[in-house]
Write a protein that binds this ligand. Structure first.
Ligand SMILES: [Zn+2]
Length: 506
């Protein structure tokens, strides 16, 4: 090779083009996708387009057996590559041929195909595996919720490694077919449309399809005994809600909340534009957690969310994420404000619509509740850090930022921004900075200072800035808006309980 380096430049270039790629041109894909908050999340060197998961789950033993078929395309010449996965693997095939594999670290499955994979070519990876998800501990923690009648996978920012191999980061979204076999009398719930179900020899198989790009953490599985309600929207979308038969006193309030899903989605369409996915619904398994999660097309709700009665506001929050978080996903996890600031603000807009307090009144109240020395103001919603990713400030201060924007650019431009953004980045990813630029473009106003003040300064914006933003117009403490308690009741549900990695809990 190196003798060619002394050839004249043009000749060298043509020779390099002519020779086939040698083994030296193939290198391992990165073990992480490059997220500064979560270096092990995702992988480099390929892009997944589709996951086909064929699973069997036995609730009595928690044994999950699976075959994952992954359609991807290489983005570099690969000598090997990683998937993120924690269960025990028995066989890996790449393009039909047996591949070598090894588990490295807590959640990396390192795969070496029989031959290097050229850049830009389609690759099919088949992974056979089995294990008990509840026994998989990463830093002493499991994201799998074992229930008396099954198990549930719904966690942020990572949950997939407990039940299927993936490129586990929102930057690599894909479509999904999830097929799950469970004992007769038990149901398996996942995302999208229930295409079919059939029973044979005591086992029932449920075939789910989510046909729009979906982040791995938004892919969910719940096995248990559920009461299921189905319906269709006026536009013809299937609606499916599932309630554990084991919700006790919370059962009525859970139904009184989730059965308003269609109504809430219809209202959200007036604010954010057309609903982006192929199905609607939600599910409430018999878990002991307290959070909710915007799992795509079918949010997960903990029973305790309904301990104080029905709560439409939490349905508003999780459905708002279908536009802000699911269709348009974070680029890196530091961009969490483009999910949570907007989901929280949508709760304020719902309150405004219901006549229970305007967004301005809620903003005034939040601002007045938090004195200048409250640590709340040290959290920067625009880059909160991994241990503060789901801090209440990302939600409440994040929503204050949007009220400040609304007051700065006026309702016409503000609502044009809210509706246009999910179209602009539909089924993709976006950064906080992309939103700032987008709002500047639509409103024709410079907004960098405003967003710096509300998203990036580790202190309470001072009174003049607040007054400029329309807050705290009077010296008096504002009255508590009627919707305050219902919205505050949803604060717990945003503690995704993932802080195990950082030794910190709220
Ligand atoms: Zn949220």
């Amino acid at each position: 090779m190196h003798r060619r380096l002394i050839a004249p430049g043009a000749l060298a270039a043509s020779l390099l083009l002519a020779i086939p790629a040698s083994a030296a041109d193939f290198s391992p894909g990165a073990p992480g996708i490059g997220d500064p908050y979560y270096p092990a999340s995702g992988n480099g060197g390929y892009d997944v387009s589709h996951y086909d998961l064929r699973l069997k789950y036995q609730p009595v033993t928690d044994l999950l057996e699976g075959t994952a078929t992954i359609n991807a395309r290489t983005t570099q010449n690969l000598s090997r590559f990683n998937l993120d996965f924690g269960l025990k693997v028995s066989e890996v095939r790449v393009n039909g041929k047996k591949a070598k594999f090894a588990k490295t670290g807590d959640q990396e499955l390192e795969i070496t195909p029989a031959a290097g994979l050229a850049k830009g070519t389609p690759v099919t990876v088949v992974v056979r595996y089995a294990g008990k998800p509840s026994e998989l501990k990463i830093d002493g923690y499991t994201a799998w919720h074992r229930t008396p009648d099954g198990g549930v996978a719904a966690q942020e920012p990572e949950g997939a490694v407990w039940w299927f191999p993936s490129n586990d980061h929102p930057l690599d979204k894909a479509t999904y077919d999830v097929s799950v076999s469970v004992p007769d009398g038990t149901q398996a719930i996942s995302n999208g449309v229930l295409q079919s179900q059939s029973s044979r020899l005591g086992w029932t198989r449920f075939n789910w399809r989510s046909n729009k790009p979906q982040a791995s953490y938004l892919t969910t599985l719940a096995v248990g005994k559920f009461d299921i309600t189905t319906d269709k929207t006026e536009g013809g979308l299937p609606v499916l809600n599932a309630y554990s038969k084991d919700l006790g006193d919370n059962a009525g309030a859970a139904r009184a909340s989730l059965e308003r899903t269609t109504e809430v989605a219809e209202w959200l369409e007036t604010v954010f534009g057309k609903y982006p996915f192929n199905a609607l619904g939600g599910y409430v398994p018999n878990v002991k957690t307290s959070y909710a999660l915007e799992t795509q097309t079918r949010p997960f709700y903990s029973p305790s969310a309904f301990a104080n009665g029905s709560n439409a506001s939490i349905v508003v929050h999780e459905l708002a994420h279908q536009w802000y978080g699911d269709s348009v996903s974070v680029h890196h996890w530091k961009d969490i404000w483009v999910n949570e600031g907007f989901a929280r603000y949508s709760q304020w807009l719902w309150s405004e619509k219901e006549g229970e307090g305007t967004a301005q009144e809620l903003a005034d109240y939040v601002y007045a509740q938090r004195s200048a020395d409250d640590p709340f103001w040290t959290v920067k919603p625009g880059d909160p850090g991994p241990d503060k990713q789901f801090h209440i400030a990302v939600y409440d201060r994040g929503a204050l930022a949007l009220q400040a924007l609304r007051n700065e650019i006026g309702d016409d431009a503000f609502f044009a921004v809210l509706k246009g953004w999910p179209q602009q980045y539909k089924y993709g990813n976006a950064k906080v900075g992309d939103f700032v630029k987008y709002a500047e473009r639509i409103s024709g106003k410079p907004l960098a200072d405003l967003f710096d003040t509300w998203l990036y300064q580790p202190s309470r914006p001072d009174a003049p800035a607040a007054r400029d933003a329309g807050f705290a117009r009077s010296a008096a403490v504002p009255a508590k808006p009627k919707s305050w308690k219902q919205i505050a009741d949803t604060n717990d549900v945003h503690d995704h309980d993932h802080d195990h990695k950082h030794g910190h809990k709220h």
